[in-house]
Design a protein around this ligand. Structure first.
Ligand code: BDR
Ligand code: CA
Length: 317
């Protein structure tokens, strides 16, 4: 099931904001096609105390303080936490000066929220949008394995195959931080749509695209431009591109307009053992193993169409 149906699609956003996570949250909150049941924070780009706070700051920026934000896991299932302040700055949302949030953090643990929501909503109606390490989803599957058959789908930003990795030559950050959780998710039988670096590296925050956002001249658009100007610096230098990849919003864009993207169904396995390639997403793109397909792996995108969608939605906030 994809977007464009009449009833808004129920989603939970699992996230580690992060500037690109922030833009993904804004895109989701701007849409009337999506019903954001809750946002669960996870440790990733920065520690949990910052990701849960950042998630609330972004909801307030969108003027949606009624959105429920839950704090999930503080550290990966089996490994020490690896963070990425070198990309996102020490707060995770470096760039603009945003006020501390007034809206409360929900008392329930994020993993309990995921489990309770999936058990109480009708089966097959809730999509999990994962924008960070998969720890919360792995823990939810461990706690209540029966949720696997109740999830409509997981749409995730994670992995990389033709592009390789961005933390090690083999691994992308979200999978690298918690390969054991990612392994559980890919083995769970839940339908998966995967947005790897192969597609996100085609969605660049070029000067002209940021100028379009700036032209909206709203508090949200100004904050987004400042967030992205900070965020793109690291990758522009690394890849020598005009703009940096806008990874996480591709997850939400896929729900809103899947026709912008193309990919193929593949078998995907996660390397958890080798110190050299831990967190690698081994994608059987050429179908050489005969192993069952467990993910729709996206490789291409209409990047201009993606930015049209983003600008149109940011204008609503
Ligand atoms: C992913 O890692 C984080 O730094 C970004 O927020 C994105 O989710 C890209 O590898
Ligand atoms: Ca992220």
């Amino acid at each position: 099931m994809v977007g464009n149906s009449k009833d808004p699609m129920k989603i939970i956003i699992d996230t580690d904001p992060g500037q690109d996570d922030a833009v993904a949250i804004l895109l989701a909150l701007a849409s009337d096609q999506l019903d954001v049941l809750g946002i669960t924070a996870v440790a990733g780009n920065v520690p949990l105390a910052l990701t849960e706070k950042n998630a609330r700051m972004v909801c307030e920026l969108a003027r949606k303080p009624g959105t429920r934000v839950f704090a999930g896991a503080k550290s990966p299932m089996e490994r020490p936490l690896v963070t990425a302040e070198y990309v996102h700055g020490k707060t995770g949302l470096d760039g603009p000066v945003l006020p501390d949030p007034d809206m409360p953090l929900q008392p329930l643990h994020g993993v309990d929220f995921i489990v309770e929501t999936l058990l109480s909503e009708p089966a097959g109606e809730v999509t999990l949008c994962t924008l960070g390490p998969l720890t919360n989803i792995g823990l939810a599957l461990q706690q209540a394995p029966q949720i696997a058959e109740r999830v409509e789908q997981i749409v995730m930003m994670g992995g990389g195959f033709f592009e390789g990795g961005n933390v090690t030559p083999a691994a992308e950050f979200n999978i690298y931080v918690d390969p054991e959780a990612a392994h559980m998710v890919f083995e769970s039988g839940i339908p998966i749509v995967m947005m790897p670096l192969d597609v996100t590296h085609k969605v660049l925050t070029t000067r002209s695209r940021l100028a379009r956002i700036e032209k909206l001249a709203t508090p949200v658009s100004r904050a987004v431009v400042e967030l992205l100007e900070f965020f793109e610096r690291f990758d522009e230098k690394k890849y020598g591109t005009d703009g940096g990849p806008l990874h996480d919003p591709t997850v939400i864009a896929w729900l809103l307009k899947p026709e912008l993207f193309s990919g193929r169904y593949c078998n995907v396995e996660i390397e958890t053992n080798s110190p050299l390639t831990a967190g690698m997403t081994v994608v059987d793109w050429w179908q050489v193993t005969g192993k069952p397909h467990n993910a729709l792996v996206i490789r291409d995108v209409n990047a201009d169409g993606f930015f049209d969608l983003l600008v149109e939605h940011l204008a609503r906030l």
